[in-house]
Every structure is written in C-alpha cells, then in structure tokens.
Design a protein. Structure first.
Ligand code: FB9
Length: 499
C-alpha cells in the first residue's frame, strides 16, 4: 500500500478557512489532517506573521507523568511490585532489594503503610505478605491522569510529593481568517534564478520583502578576551602617552638565538630546556641568523669582552638555531635593539610590546602555559637605574599604583635587576607587579650599539592586573581553554575588528 504523502497543511488550512470553515481548536484540526500539532503550529506561525490568519492562543496547564511514573503505569507501583515479588514463604530484604533495585525502598514504605506486608516475630529481615490481592491505587491514579482525568488535590499533592508528575503548559490556537487572508499564498520569490529568466515567469513573480533587519549569517571570527582587551588598551594608551612605539610581536615562533643567546643567556641555563620552553619539532631549526652578529654573540658567551669575562663554555650554533615558542617578548626587544644598532647615527628609542608568550609551566590559579607579557624599554645615552625607577614610577602611577618598592633580583640579561612591588590599597598588601633591569653590555655591545648607550627595561603580565582589577581569582576563568566562550562571544567588546 503506497506511503500516503503528507498533506500540504497550508493549502488545506487556507482552503478550509476559505470555504468558511472554522478552526476553534488547532489540536483537533491537526489530528483531522493526521499531522502533528507542531507541524500545523509552524504553518500557523508563518501565516499569522503575514496576518493571513488570526490566532487566539488557548493555554492549559496539565499534569504530565515523569518517566518514573510512566514506569509505574507500565509495571505497577513500587508497593505493588514489592508485594508481587514476595513468595508465600516470604523473602529477605536483600533478595527483594536485589530483585527490585530502587523500587524496593520506595515500595517498602508504602506497602508497610498499607499493611500489605509484615515481618516474622524477631526476624526483621524476612518480609512477609499480609494480603493476597492488592488494589494498586497509585497505578490507577497515574493512568487516569494520563487519560486527562481530573484528580483530587490531595492525590495531586501526593503525586507531586513523590515527584511523579510535573506541570506542563500546553498551548493551542483558535484560528480565523486574518486581514491579509488569501485562499492560496503566492510563493514569494527570494531570488531571480536562471530558471525564472529562461521560463519568463519572472514577469508575474512576487518577491519577498527584503528584511534589512535580518542578522547576517554568524561569521566564524576570532574573539578577543574582553577584560584583557580593556586593560591592554589602557596600558597601550599609557605607553603611547609616554612616547613609546609598539614593537611588532606577530611571531610566536622564535629562534633560541633571539630568545636567549642574544640576551647573553647561557645555553645551559635551566630556562632553556624543554621543562620550561616549548621547542618546535618542525621547523626544528631556524635558517637565517645574521652571521657577523652571531659570531660576536658566540664570542661574548665563550670568552666575554667589553669588560666581561663571558661564560667560558663551548657555545653551540645548533643550540642557538633551535626554534621555540617565545618565552618572553624580550626576544622581540632583542631584534628591535639589534635593528636599532644598525641604524647610524644612533637615535634614542622608547619601545613597548604587549603580546603572548609561552612557558612550559605547571598550570595553577595564577599560571597558564601562555600569558600576555607587557614590556617597556628605553634606549639612550647615559641612562641610569634612577631613570629606570623614575619611568617605573610614571608607568605604574598611571595604572593607579603610586607606592612602589624595588627588590634586587636576577635576570641573565639585566644587571642590576629589580622586582617591582606596589602597595595595593584594595588587597591591603604589597603585590609583586613586575620585573626590570638594565640590559647587560654583553647583550648591547655585540649588537653594535654605541658605548655609553644604556637600555632600561621592565616587564609585567596583562593577566595579573586584569585579574586584580576585575577580582578574578583563577586565571583559567580569564584566559585559556576553560574560559566560558559564550560569555566571550556575547560580549560586544570581543567581536574582533567589528569595533
Ligand atoms: O604582572 C605581574 N604582577 C602584577 C602586575 C600588575 C598588577 O596590577 C594590579 C592592578 C594592581 C598586579 C600584578 N607580575 C609579573 C608579577 C607576578 O605576578 C609574577 O608572579 C608573575 N609574573 C609573570 C611571569 O611569571 C613567570 C608576571 C609575569 C612577568 C614577569 C616578569 C616579566 C614579565 C612578566 C619581565 C621582565 C623583564 C625584566 C627585565 C627586562 C625586560 C623584561
């Protein structure tokens, strides 16, 4: 018997209304067309959107059975199942629990209350039947409810208490012709196709109005992290106001040479092994390094110079050629200072960078394997530690951190070096807000920077200030794979390039 094709619901409905037919109850009309109410509802919604039909909503709250209750309609109430499971000689609780699972406990309570079961004197474990037949009221009540019968409030409360029913709002419609009623809706064209042009029927086509309010197709774009973006912009503006120029940081992959060797960081320094640094498998090694400069770096590592005795170890080119994910944006500072050194005559420069760096570190509340490093440097004749402290005061006071303290520190590429601390009124404690120092001559002079030119520099992260400013306790809620993406997507600030 050929499968009956589903009726054209819209055509049937419009014809029915056109012939003066009424639709007082969309549910029964749907079953008269033997289509689901959902199918009819979709047509109703579209026709009423064009006011071809007018709808009156009819709502009713009905009690619906939970899956557990549906199980009892099928298999009997827990108490009934329990009694049915007890053999004439009785059964132990374990046996019954084994047999009935979670139904056992529920059944025991009600069956005992209904005095359907009992126990042998002195043997609380043996469950005995007290009745031959039982009347499974619960099953019967659930069935009646399923058939739409109205039950007493007491029964309803009891079923609600046993979480066997939930309230469901169902809505259906009374329909009548709308102000824009038509017996047959002209299929509005949305496009002039080749077929239309060939058949010529484009002449009497009616076109759908353009919906200029329609949201465009969501385009798969990247999103910036809103909070980081706000703080990044704030810090960027501080640098620009202080006359700094941004360094190009669009290369996450760097060579060990620019990330470490050029910074006079010895090749056996712990930070240079894969415990701290992500080395690349492919491309594993860089192809282009400035030969003459490389020789000078090799020399200063091996035998020193410029008043330094160097490290006195056998410097290896292939170690310097290893590619990695940069561990600090100081690698970019190195490239820019080398480039600056090639520009004669020397001109003082103020540079800053704010971008991602990668460290193979254990992830915890404040550390991820990647974060955004903020770095500032000033390159000029005769700069001193006092100049560094001065510019740090300016920079951090613009960030609202006026009270600073400095603690001597060590970095392979700066001497002297200082950790920077600020007293945070909100947290009522001194917070480490960064690190700083004066780049070593062993780093600067091999580049070709003139004698007497010093470089003061400092660094901090973008995540830490953002966490403190926005009271975010765990960095994983701010950045990285565990961030709530919808939060990000829904924040207008985050839509890349749509500002
Ligand atoms: O950001 C950091 N702390 C910080 C900064 C601002 C801030 O603002 C609040 C609104 C009040 C709060 C906190 N730190 C640097 C300090 C610590 O968080 C530290 O535990 C973690 N550090 C990161 C590195 O972790 C391994 C932050 C990151 C950091 C550290 C050093 C540098 C850059 C980033 C540097 C440098 C440098 C030194 C000399 C020359 C050139 C660059």
């Amino acid at each position: 018997m050929a499968e009956k094709s589903p009726p054209d619901v819209e055509a049937c409905l419009l014809a029915h209304l056109n012939s003066g037919g009424e639709v007082p109850d969309s549910r029964s009309y749907a079953s008269s067309l033997s289509v689901t109410h959902d199918e009819l509802e979709a047509v109703i919604k579209s026709l009423s959107a064009f006011r071809i039909v007018e709808t009156t909503d009819i709502t009713k709250e009905t009690w619906v059975l939970t899956d557990e209750a549906k199980g009892y309609v099928a298999g009997g109430s827990p108490e009934a199942q329990l009694v049915a499971a007890i053999p004439p000689e009785g059964a132990s609780k374990d046996v019954l629990r084994e047999k009935l699972g979670s139904v056992f406990d529920i059944g025991m309570k009600t069956a005992a209350k209904n005095k359907w079961i009992g126990f042998e004197k002195g043997n609380k474990d043996l469950v005995l039947r007290k009745v031959d037949t039982i009347k499974d009221d619960l099953q019967e009540q659930l069935k009646r409810l399923e058939n739409g019968e109205v039950l007493s409030d007491k029964v309803i409360d009891d079923l609600k208490r046993r979480k066997l029913i939930t309230k469901e709002k169902s809505i259906w419609y009374a329909l009548k012709k709308g102000p824009q009623f038509v017996a047959k809706r002209k299929k509005l064209a949305t496009d002039v196709t080749q077929e239309h042009l060939r058949s010529g029927d484009w002449k009497d086509l009616e076109f759908k109005d353009y919906n200029f309010g329609a949201q465009g197709q969501p385009i798969a774009i990247g999103y910036v992290q809103p909070l980081l973006e706000v703080v990044r912009e704030e810090i960027q503006n501080i640098f620009l106001q202080m006359g700094f120029t941004e360094m190009p940081t669009n290369n996450y992959v760097e060579s060990s040479f620019w990330n470490f060797d050029a910074l006079f960081q010895p090749q056996q320094h712990p930070a240079r092994d894969s415990h701290d640094t992500f080395f690349l498998e492919a491309p594993a090694a860089t192809k282009q390094l400035p030969e003459d400069y490389l020789e000078k770096v090799k020399e200063v590592h091996q035998r020193g110079g410029y008043g330094s005795k160097g490290y006195g170890y056998d410097w290896k080119r292939d170690e310097a050629e290893k590619n990695l994910l940069r561990t600090h944006t100081t690698a970019v500072s190195t490239r820019m200072l080398y480039k600056l050194a090639q520009e004669k005559p020397f001109a003082p420069k103020r540079y800053y960078s704010i971008d991602r760096v990668f460290r193979n570190e254990a992830v915890d509340r404040t550390h991820l394997a990647e974060f955004h490093q903020i770095e500032g440097l000033i390159c000029d004749y005769g700069l001193t530690l006092g100049d560094l402290i001065g510019v740090l005061e300016d920079f951090f006071s613009s960030l609202g951190m006026s009270k600073l303290r400095f603690k001597p520190a060590y970095n392979p590429y700066t001497e002297p070096s200082m950790e920077i601390f600020s007293y945070h009124e909100g947290l009522k404690k001194w917070v480490e807000v960064g690190n700083s120092g004066m780049f070593r001559p062993e780093m600067l002079l091999p580049m070709g920077l003139p004698e007497g030119v010093n470089v003061i520099a400092w660094g901090l992260s973008l995540e830490r200030p953002t966490m403190i400013l926005y009271g975010i306790d765990n960095i994983r809620d701010l950045f990285g794979p565990k961030v709530d993406f919808n939060l990000i997507k829904s924040n207008p600030l985050c839509r890349l390039g749509l500002q």
